[in-house]
Design a protein. Structure first.
Length: 96
């Protein structure tokens, strides 16, 4: 979800909604489909074709989202300036 939220500057909630709603949709779609195919073809054939589907769909999707999005420019602006204090403690910069 962190990567998806970084891809959008505006309407992040709308961008995350499909990601967050996926388990509910999967719970409504896969069990009836599995029950139908298991009754018709058996569990071994059903799981074989499910594996083929997962492999065929995940490989292109993995290549599509292979690189994480670049860090947002405002993230650099939020780093503390050298010599400042946070709650009375000196700020430590993580940059080398």
């Amino acid at each position: 979800m962190a990567n998806v939220s970084r891809w959008f500057d505006r309407n992040r909630g709308a961008a995350l909604a499909p990601r967050l709603g996926r388990p509910a949709v999967a719970g409504a779609v896969w069990p009836p489909l599995f029950q139908y195919t298991i009754d018709g073809w058996g569990w071994r054939t059903t799981l074989f074709w499910y594996g083929v589907f997962v492999f065929a769909s995940m490989l292109p999707l993995a290549l599509l989202i292979r690189r994480p999005p670049a860090a947002a420019p405002e993230a650099q602006a939020r780093e503390p300036v050298s010599g400042t204090t946070i709650v009375g403690l000196p700020a430590i910069s993580c940059r080398g």
